[in-house]
Design a protein around this ligand. Structure first.
Ligand SMILES: [Ca+2]
Length: 357
């Protein structure tokens, strides 16, 4: 690794074209028989820069230290020691590793051929914990990352190999992308421990976070605007207000409408219906699927077919102080109500004003 870096510095000096070599020296790429890169080590934590330097902690995650105790090292001489706190009431703590860095001159954000993300995590406790793994899609505002769907894994005592095989079709559909480029980071989300100091925090160790490449994936358009798996807070960790809200005056005498579909089995999802002011909560929408029956606690459900339903709410049912005076519909805020179903797809492109029922 160190030797590679020296070679890269040399290349930088002799040639501007050397930037290609620079990017490959940031992380090791292993060659397959065809000569293409099989995998990229995103972080093996052997060096402070960039491995630790490019970790981003969110939602009062806690702390991450260098670990040199070989018991908790999977490769080389070091791993990262995680202290998970998360005392923020509303959101689960997570950290992510950037897939791009201008400073370190690499860019692995093209996920066209990504087969999986793998990582080794050591859980020293006998207590099993669940973690979520997913992608950060937008880092333009550091306090407001966009998190793509996550997959959950159980950490048993000892070493656990995590292999996350993302369904890129769903991910790009959620974010309105038309190809698989633009994945800005890989995140690891933990349950809140309630600890407020490092000494009290449960610890884990992570090593060898790797992007594994395979066949180039076909781009498949999914009808859904967003895909929410079990446990997902619709609206994300910071709540969500639509960028293109529906103006209240358009709703007068009409109804609000969007379309959704449940995955296998029974389930529930929901969120708050808001006007533009956070105080103007019309109600806490809960949509429930039991067997072949889909119902909602406010508004009405209309079966569309092919597993898809529409939810509608007449303007006259909008409540909350000043809701009728509000300029527009902010629509939703998660209020900690997570999806309880294999998954829910919501086609946000269908969000519209329709005739009252
Ligand atoms: Ca290591």
């Amino acid at each position: 690794m160190k030797k590679n870096r020296l070679i890269c510095v040399f290349l930088l000096i002799v040639s501007l074209i050397g930037c290609f070599a620079i990017s490959s020296c940031k992380k090791k790429g292993e060659q397959s028989q065809g000569g293409s890169v099989d995998k990229i080590v995103l972080a093996d934590f052997e060096e402070w820069a960039p491995d630790f330097q490019l970790l981003r902690l969110r939602e009062e995650f806690g702390a991450i230290d260098v670990n040199t105790d070989v018991t908790f090292v999977k490769s080389g001489k070091q791993s990262a020691k995680l202290y998970v706190m998360g005392w923020d009431k509303g959101t689960d703590p997570y950290f992510y590793i950037q897939t791009t860095s201008e400073y370190f001159n690499f860019d692995y954000s093209n996920f066209n051929s990504v087969e999986s993300i793998s990582a080794w995590i050591y859980n020293p406790s006998q207590k099993e914990v669940k973690i979520g793994v997913g992608f950060v899609m937008d880092m333009t505002n550091l306090t407001k990352e966009d998190l793509a769907r996550q997959e959950y894994f159980t950490l048993k005592n000892g070493w656990n190999e995590i292999v996350y095989r993302p369904n890129m079709s769903y991910i790009i559909s959620s974010f309105g992308f038309d190809d698989y480029q633009g994945v800005k980071g890989v995140y690891f989300l933990f349950e809140k421990s309630g600890a407020t100091t490092k000494a009290d925090a449960p610890t884990y160790y992570v090593d060898d976070v790797v992007i594994n490449y395979g066949e180039k994936q076909d781009i498949r358009q999914i009808k859904a605007g967003s895909y929410y798996p079990n446990g997902y807070l619709i609206g994300g960790s910071h709540g969500l207000i639509f960028k293109e809200r529906i103006e209240m005056h358009l709703l007068v005498g009409k109804a609000l409408h969007f379309e959704f579909k449940f995955g296998e089995g029974d389930g529930v999802f929901g969120f708050d219906i808001l006007a533009s002011d956070w105080a103007n909560v019309t109600g806490k929408l809960r949509i429930t699927k039991q067997g072949n029956s889909v119902t909602s606690n406010i508004g009405r459900i209309v079966e569309i077919g092919d597993g898809w339903y529409a939810w509608e709410l007449n303007h006259s049912e909008f409540k909350g102080d000043g809701a009728h005076r509000a300029r527009d519909v902010g629509m939703l805020y998660h209020q900690n109500f997570a999806v309880q179903a294999s998954y829910v797809e919501i086609d946000w492109h269908t969000l519209s004003v329709v005739d009252a029922y």
